[in-house]
Design a protein around this ligand. Structure first.
Ligand code: NAD
Length: 485
């Protein structure tokens, strides 16, 4: 017989037998979408490590060409990808299609951003030679994705990382493995090998294993603040690793004087309830000027009453789908009841028509009278409203959070907007625009508990490569001018 540890093959199968089973479900029906084993993280990282040198040695033009081919593969599979996103997240099909468009559009934007943000720079000086700045990739980067935009958000890290010459290990959310798998396949079909852009199936345990792995050079994370803090703590003794944390928000929208009540209401409702509030940039707290309150809230309520929530493929199409699962729906229901029983006044109740499915209606609750509003992200269709009398108080309310992702002023004068912009702490500060749907052409990230000052979006190129400063001259030329004996 063989030794106690068994043959290598047996050890391998024992290891795979221990791997967790990952299963995803349609939130809208409870039906199973995907089932499979979690990846062996040691194997995944070893494969990535081996693949990195050759990928980094490719000319930049080759890597750009390959990500462009990836965009084409996504275009070809657009219907399939949108369908799987809609099934796994429950978002309406029209919205899943927008997510797919964003995946495609990310490619050209990232190519432009890489060229602009990391362009080679040279300063020539006859005496000192050349001073050059060029960028190098980090190596093996782990991308940890959230469930709410399971293709677009991880892709916003993956494409810039690949362009810069990193290899990527993409761990999609355990709630959307099928979406992750199809996205990874599009990269692989484009000629970016399964070692260069590799999928790792799994949940928190596999995420932790990637974070802790010595051969992973960086972690590009999009998800909740709690997880981000855990990752940051885990890597506090590893300043050598690139850590990018895109986290949640408790975002405020301030409504001030405006004659355009209908438009204001549409901006508010879109910001609060698109994707059933499952957007990192969604408005959670509406801060309204007392004098505007009745008119604005009547319009917001009547618009929210008209929003259709339903399953992703319903005809006519719904505005929003269910939240991700029953656990999330239970938590949101509890949170709404907590606000109600601690001084909140319901303007529109949170309704769950079917206890066994996670459909939730839009809901609005005035929490002005509450003493201690919990500063947590309620990741669902709950809008809190706070009434204030003057503009300084409105800004103070907007800043009354540890988070700092997005904020918006609706109405107000140019002077008031200037003041709002200057005094509001957030990475996105808008005027008369929704807080959601940030521009690809701009940096995207927050301060406070929303991020670690490494915005993604147009600035993703900054964290995907590090600058190297080089003084260069063809022949040694130097003299010591002072202090020689
Ligand atoms: P999450 O934090 O639960 O999970 C995100 C990813 O981290 C998943 O892949 C998960 O498996 C993994 N993970 C979980 N625990 C881990 C651990 N201890 N170590 C390593 N990895 C771990 O987030 P979610 O619920 O999937 O996503 C919703 C959250 O994401 C919300 O808070 C939302 O605001 C935030 N978000 C932020 C942005 C942004 O750009 N700032 C964008 C979208 C979503």
């Amino acid at each position: 017989g063989h030794g106690r540890l068994g043959t290598a093959a047996e050890r391998g199968s024992a290891r795979s037998a221990n791997r967790a089973e990952i299963v995803s479900f349609e939130p809208a029906t409870g039906a199973e979408v995907w089932r499979g084993k979690a990846s062996d993280i040691d194997d995944v990282v070893a494969r990535a490590r081996r693949a990195w040198p050759a990928w980094a040695a490719q000319p930049l033009s080759t890597r750009m060409e390959l990500v462009r081919r990836f965009a084409n593969e996504v275009r070809k599979d657009a219907d399939k990808l949108a369908t799987i996103i809609a099934r796994e997240t429950g978002k309406p099909m029209w919205e899943a299609r927008i997510e797919v468009e964003n995946v495609v559009n990310k490619v050209e934007v990232s190519i432009r951003a890489y060229a602009e943000r990391t362009a080679q720079r040279k300063l020539d000086n006859a005496l000192q030679g050349t001073m050059a700045v060029r960028h190098k990739p980090h190596g093996v980067l782990a991308v940890l994705g959230p469930y709410n935009m399971p293709a677009h958000l991880p892709n916003s890290h993956i494409v810039p990382a690949l362009i810069a010459g990193n290899v990527v290990i993409f761990k999609p959310s355990e709630k959307a493995p099928a979406t992750g798998e199809l996205l990874a396949r599009c990269f692989n079909r484009a000629g970016i090998s399964a070692a260069v852009c590799q999928i790792a199936i799994g949940g928190p345990a596999e995420g932790q294993a990637l974070v802790a792995h010595d051969d992973v050079d960086g972690v590009l994370f999009t998800g909740s603040a709690n997880t981000g803090i855990t990752i940051n703590r885990k890597l506090s003794s590893r300043p050598d690793k690139m850590v990018v944390l895109e986290m949640g928000g408790n975002n405020a929208m301030v409504v001030w004087d405006t004659p355009k009540i209908t438009d204001a209401a549409a901006i508010i409702v879109q910001s609060a309830f698109a994707s059933s509030g499952q957007r990192c940039t969604a408005v959670r707290r509406l801060v309204v000027k007392s004098g505007m309150y009745d008119a604005v809230m009547a319009e917001v309520k009547s618009l929210a009453d008209r929003l259709v929530f339903g399953a992703p493929f319903d005809e006519p199409a719904p505005f929003m789908g269910p939240v991700i699962d029953n656990i999330a729906a239970d938590g949101l229901t509890e949170s709404f009841l907590y606000l109600l029983s601690h001084g909140g006044r319901a303007i529109k109740h949170l309704v769950r028509p079917n206890d066994s499915l996670p459909f939730l209606s839009p809901s609005i609750i005035d929490t002005t009278a509450m003493k201690d509003r919990p500063d947590v992200e309620l990741f669902g269709p709950i809008l809190q409203v706070i009434r204030v009398d003057d503009f300084d108080e409105a800004i103070a309310e907007a800043n009354n959070t540890r988070f700092g992702l997005a904020a918006s002023l609706v109405g107000g004068s140019p002077q008031e907007y200037n003041k709002f912009w200057a005094n509001t702490r957030a990475g996105i500060v808008n005027w008369n625009r929704p807080t959601i749907s940030p521009s690809h052409a701009a940096p995207m990230g927050g301060i406070g508990l929303s991020g670690n000052h490494r915005p993604t979006g147009y600035y993703a190129a900054d964290y995907c490569a590090y600058p190297v400063a080089s003084g260069e001259i063809e022949q040694p030329r130097a003299m010591i001018g002072v202090g020689l004996r």
